[in-house]
Design a protein around this ligand. Structure first.
Ligand code: NI
Length: 165
């Protein structure tokens, strides 16, 4: 396992769309291990492959509260099948260090994906897990949290991140 470098906004590679994974090869399993290690090291609740410059439809997350056992999950080729109700959530992103933004999301989602054994599963999620799934799914399409902000907040966050870089 290895800790990988997380791409930071405004790195243009964050806009690339991940390719579908045809088969869970040993390389993909190694990538999943690296993503887990990188996510935990950065104390994030989720990480998309595209955030470390690996352009695949793959993300990992762990939305367990700090005082509860870990809830590590792998989503390969995820598809959001159903979205129910709207909510807002105070979100961060490892590609936007230090930023927290209130973002409008769907409150519940039903998602289809493959797990790390390549086995299909379906999951209904709400709360933080539903938010993380939407946030990470966005990454795989090259969509970032800044894209969900209004013009003024978008400009402020862009400026802050450019200054930081
Ligand atoms: Ni993110």
């Amino acid at each position: 396992m290895a800790i990988r470098t997380i791409l930071l906004y405004p790195d243009k590679r964050l806009r690339e769309v991940g390719k579908k994974i045809d088969r869970v090869t040993p390389e993909i399993l190694r990538l999943i291990d690296d993503m887990a290690e990188t996510m935990y090291e950065a104390a994030g609740a989720g990480l998309a492959a595209t955030q470390i410059g690996e352009f695949y439809q793959l993300f990992v997350c762990d939305c367990a509260p700090e005082d509860e056992p870990s809830d590590f999950r792998v989503f390969i080729n995820p598809e959001i099948l159903e979205r129910v109700d709207r909510t807002t959530w105070d979100e961060g992103c490892l590609s936007f260090p230090g930023a927290r933004e209130e973002i409008a999301r769907d409150a519940k989602v039903r998602v289809h994906a493959l797990d790390r054994d390549g086995k299909p599963f379906e999951l209904e999620a709400e709360g933080l897990l539903a938010i993380a799934i939407q946030h990470e799914y966005d990454h795989l399409q090259g969509v970032l949290m800044i894209d969900h902000l209004g013009p003024l907040k978008k400009r402020l966050l862009h400026r802050k991140m450019v200054k930081r870089a």
